[in-house]
Structures are given as structure tokens and as C-alpha cells.
Design a protein around this ligand. Structure first.
Ligand code: NA7
Length: 547
């Protein structure tokens, strides 16, 4: 179990409030936050969820080929050994259906659904200073109040649909991968255009190509990808997981990215070219995000990174038969892993099919969408279906669209006009008693998400327990603590190659007009965990707490 305080439950709501805590979102974060606050602290908690079921990101992302890139035995909660032992994953990487089964299992096992209001989208959240309450409005017209408001809205749930002229005139059908119809889409016999070659487009292309009459992939930025090597889990591996829950948890909690493997303690440039090649070959065969852990200098030293980039470029040229297509697919403009590195199942192989074509929209920009398809500067591509795999307004989009207003009506949008400043990714000055789970400024998306989520939820739960035990009613960060944290987030990013990917959603560069600020904390999950624990141990240093 975790370090979360277990208190004698005292199920009492502050006089004027409907609940002690309102939590927005019923994905991994919201479910665990509910469990901690309700069952360990005895608070009254209501979760508000826009979807009709639990799952968050996975409730919406059901596009063809969708699959988690964390390995299943680590893409789960680790707070309970029993839960870890009783659940069995079927494949190395879980797809949405299996993740939803898992989260429903958790919700049912801990009787969580009775405190979740589904089909309820939050439209506004205002802090009432006099009453020290958050007033949360829903699209159904309800207003609910609570002393604490916790956003558990995920980092990738606000779809980024590019503003391409003429979309409203398109006579075919179009979809964004993050808002996929639950009944699925039939591509058979259809001419499909897929815009975007991030993790999502790279997962979707091979599956769409199998049934579509023709698939045109519109690529703006060539992307690295390493084979996922998905496969059913063997009985031996499943047994290993059950027998080693403690060890798996220890490794996940001690590494930079929260994955269940350590980063190798060797440098690419201090390894001979022959041995380096052999290690990359082995990592390529093993597959998955472990490739990034082959050498510890891959994300900090450009020359080291170049060796990985050259290896992947050569692989693409070996796999893709048409040299012109291979050249476009491997014309990288950023270091390997400076953007979230996709892992794939037959992505590059897909371009050897007769029914698949690649369009480089840097050489041939999209001009507009017409009633018949997509027109680039040079050609009109006739299409029946357009799939936007164009990502998300990451990290801040879902927070900002909820119209959050703090003290004196200050909007979060205004507070973050120059970028998301906060303290530890948890709180923002002017927004007392508002906590963000895996917000900008935290490691979140640079980490195996459940590890980041559990750390945040545990910290928030401990903090609220501390407040109640000490008769404290209000917490918010001090300005100087926020400034110092923003500086640390920038310094951590600048110590890596990550800011060199100019088109990355980590930088907000994919959304026109969004401030270009590197949002996640790149100093490593284990280090971040220690910083947060130290802050709490020093009596919540950097926060102002008042009675
Ligand atoms: P990403 O990684 O943000 O990828 C979006 C892709 O869409 C990327 O290739 C973009 O090109 C492309 N894009 C975005 N807008 C346009 C326009 N207007 N025209 C052409 N191409 C465009 O999103 P994903 O959904 O793939 O993955 C998100 C995360 O989910 C991923 O990082 C994992 O953490 C899981 P660009 O590179 O910006 O030039």
C-alpha cells in the first residue's frame, strides 16, 4: 500500500457545501482520487464525468489500432497488491476495450460508481472567497459546491481539429481519433485520407489500410517509430507479474519515466560503433519504449541521439521499398524522442501496400478541403472519409475549456495567458483549494501515466488529510514558489533535447496561438516524487495554508 494517511473516517460535509470534494473526470485519476478521499479519509466526494462510463481518455479514444504504449503489467494501479495479482492482462500492450474492462473492474470492486455522476460536463467552476467554496456548474444547469475542487481531466482529452478551410463543405464523413464513434467506422471500399503521423496516426494507418480501398497519409513532420512487438502474454510472464508485484512497483517508482525497466547506465558515445549497433538491433527486436532506454544520454546529448536517429532512418530505408517514400518518412527535423516516440505495428511496412500513398504536406501544403476531398497546392485527392489524427490541445486545453475562475473572478485562461505557471504542477496562486492531477508542470505525459497519477493523488490526499487534522481550510501556492517552480520546469526541459522539437505538443506548438512553453516537468518522475515529499515534510513549504 502507499503512504496515504488512513484516518478515522468522519463523514461530515462543511455546513454550506454539497460535498467536501468535487472531482472532475472518471479516468485513472478520478477513480483513484475518489477511492482515496472517500474510503481512506471518509470525505463526501462527487465525481463529475462527461462520458457515459468510466475510462477518461480510453472512453473516447477507440480509433482503429488504438493501444496503450505502456506495457500492460505497468499500465495499472499499483496501490493494491491484491488488485495487481487478481487482474490478468491478455497482451503486452492493452487496447481500449481491455483498459475499459480493467477500469470498470476497479470501479466495481471498490464500489466507486455510486459517487460518479455520468453524462455530466462541467461548464464553469468559480471560487467563492467569502464561503471558501467552489461552485461548479454543469451543462445540465446544476450548480454543485465543495470546499475542494480536483481536476482529473487527463492531459489529452481536448481534441485539436485543425482549422482547414472548406471542412464544412466536405461531402464525405470525417472523424477525429479522440472522439471516435463507439459503433466504429466501416472503411471497406472507401478512399480514406489520414492527417497526422503522431502516435495515433502511426497506430491507425496500418489498420485502416487493411480494409480501405485506398489510404492517403498526409504527413507534416516525419516521425520516428520503433516496432511495438505486441503479443499475447505468456502464462510464465503472467506468473512472473503476480509473484513480483513489489519488485515491479519498486522499479517503476525509481526510474525517470515510471516504466518497469531501468534506463541503461551506459553512454552511446562511449560504446563502440559495433556494440552500439548490436544493442540497437536487440532493442529494435525487443520493441517498445524500452528502445529509448538503450543508452542514458539519448535525450540529453545530440551526438548520442544522432546515433539512434541514424539507426531508425536506416531501418525505414530497409523496410520501405520505394526510396522516395522512405526518404520522406525518414526526413526527421527533430531528435529522436524529443516528441513522444511512437511505437507501431507494421507502420512503415504499410507503405509497401499498393493501396497506400504518402503525401508530404511540407513540400505540398494542404490548401483546403473541398466537397470531394483534400486539395493540396498541387493536386486534389478525392476522398470518402477524412480521419484527423491531429492530436490534442494537450495538458492545458481540457482545463481551460472548463471556465475556471479563482479569487476576484480571475480566469485560469488569464492567469495562464503567457503559459501554465503553477507550483509542482499541482496548484495555481489565486485558485485556493483547487488541485490538478497530472497538470502542466508535473512529469505526467513524460511518465507511465498511472505512476504519475498515483503519486499526485496520494500527495493531494495526504495534503487534505493534513489540513483537516490541523483545522486548516485553505491552501494555495505563494507567488515566489510558483516562479521558482516555473524556472525549474524550464531548466529541466533545457537540460534535455526535448525543446528542440519545434512542432511538439509538449510545447503547445500544435495549436495556433497557444503560448510556446515546455509544459511537462522533465526532471524525472523519481526526482519529482522526492521534491513533492520534501515539500510536504517541510510543512508544505511554498504553500500558504490558513485556518
Ligand atoms: P500528436 O502526437 O500531437 O500528433 C498529431 C499529428 O497531426 C502530428 O503528426 C502533426 O504534425 C499532425 N498535424 C496536426 N495539425 C496538422 C495540420 N493542420 N496539418 C497537418 N498535420 C497536422 O497527436 P497523437 O494523437 O498522435 O498523439 C498524442 C499522444 O497520445 C501521444 O503523444 C501519446 O502520448 C499518446 P506535426 O508533427 O505537428 O507537424
Amino acid at each position: 500500500m502507499t503512504s496515504v494517511v488512513t484516518q478515522a473516517p468522519e463523514r461530515k460535509t462543511s455546513q454550506a457545501a454539497d460535498f467536501d470534494v468535487l472531482v472532475i473526470g472518471a479516468g485513472f485519476s478520478g477513480l483513484y482520487q475518489l477511492l482515496c478521499l472517500r474510503d481512506r479519509l471518509g470525505l463526501s466526494v462527487q465525481v463529475l464525468e462527461a462520458g457515459a462510463g468510466v475510462g477518461g481518455t480510453w472512453y473516447w479514444n477507440r480509433y482503429p489500432g488504438a493501444r496503450c504504449d505502456s506495457e500492460s503489467h505497468s499500465y495499472c494501479y499499483s496501490f493494491s497488491d491484491e488488485l495487481m495479482r487478481e487482474w490478468e492482462w491478455s497482451e503486452r500492450y492493452p487496447g481500449p476495450a481491455e483498459i475499459l474492462r480493467y477500469l470498470n473492474h476497479v470501479a466495481d470492486r471498490f464500489d466507486l460508481k455510486r459517487d460518479i455522476r455520468f453524462n455530466t460536463r462541467v461548464s464553469g467552476s468559480h471560487y467563492d472567497e467569502t464561503a471558501n467554496l467552489w461552485r461548479v456548474s454543469t451543462d445540465a444547469g446544476d450548480v454543485l459546491t465543495a470546499q475542494f475542487l480536483i481536476t482529473a481531466v487527463g492531459c489529452l482529452s481536448s481534441a485539436n481539429i485543425p482549422n482547414i478551410a472548406g471542412l464544412d463543405t466536405f461531402e464525405g464523413r470525417w472523424y477525429h481519433t479522440g472522439q471516435w464513434p463507439h459503433e466504429g467506422v466501416d472503411f471497406s471500399g472507401k478512399r480514406v485520407g489520414l492527417i497526422g503521423t503522431g502516435s495515433t496516426g502511426i497506430q491507425a494507418a496500418p489498420v485502416i489500410a487493411e480494409t480501405a480501398a485506398h489510404l492517403t497519409v498526409f504527413q507534416r513532420t516525419a516521425n520516428y517509430s520503433v516496432p511495438a512487438r505486441n503479443a499475447p502474454l505468456t502464462p510464465e510472464f503472467r506468473r512472473y507479474v503476480k509473484e513480483h508485484t513489489g519488485e515491479i512497483r519498486r522499479v517503476m517508482h525509481s526510474t525517470v519515466n515510471g516504466h518497469p525497466w531501468p534506463v541503461a547506465d551506459r553512454l552511446a558515445l562511449e560504446t563502440s560503433p559495433e556494440e552500439r549497433q548490436a544493442l540497437y538491433e536487440k532493442a529494435w527486436e525487443t520493441g517498445g519504449l524500452r528502445f529509448r532506454a538503450t543508452f542514458r544520454d539519448l535525450v540529453t546529448d545530440k551526438a548520442a541521439n544522432d546515433t539512434a536517429a541514424a539507426f531508425i532512418r536506416n531501418k525505414i530505408r530497409e523496410i520501405v521499398k520505394d526510396p522516395a517514400t522512405a526518404a520522406k518518412l525518414s526526413d526527421f527535423d527533430h531528435p529522436y524522442a524529443a516528441k513522444r516516440p511512437p511505437i507501431d505495428t507494421d507502420y512503415f511496412e504499410t507503405f509497401n501496400r499498393d493501396n497506400v500513398a504518402l503525401v508530404d504536406v511540407r513540400a505540398e501544403p494542404i490548401d483546403r478541403i473541398t466537397p470531394r476531398g483534400i486539395r493540396t497546392r498541387d493536386v486534389e485527392y478525392p476522398l470518402d472519409i477524412i480521419v484527423f489524427a491531429t492530436g490534442f490541445d494537450g495538458m492545458t486545453g481540457s482545463l481551460l475549456r472548463m471556465n475556471i475562475r479563482g479569487r476576484d473572478g480571475l480566469s485560469l485562461a488569464k492567469a495562464w495567458a503567457a503559459g501554465p505557471c503553477n507550483y509542482l504542477g499541482l496548484q495555481v496562486a489565486g485558485f485556493p483549494n483547487l488541485f490538478m492531477v497530472t497538470g502542466p508542470g508535473s512529469p505526467s505525459v513524460l511518465c507511465n501515466m498511472p505512476v504519475a497519477i498515483e503519486q499526485h493523488v496520494n500527495w493531494i490526499t495526504d495534503c487534505i488529510a493534513h489540513m483537516r487534522m490541523n483545522g486548516l481550510k485553505r491552501i494555495e501556492p505563494k507567488d515566489e514558489a510558483m516562479d521558482s517552480w516555473v524556472a525549474q520546469v524550464n531548466a529541466a526541459a533545457n537540460a534535455t533535447l526535448l525543446p528542440q522539437a519545434k512542432h511538439s505538443w509538449y510545447l503547445g506548438a500544435n495549436v495556433p496561438g497557444k503560448p510556446r512553453v515546455f509544459m511537462p516537468y522533465a526532471g524525472g518522475m523519481a526526482h519529482y516524487r522526492k521534491i513533492c515529499a520534501d515539500v510536504a515534510a517541510r510543512n508544505y513549504e511554498g504553500f500558504a495554508l490558513s485556518a
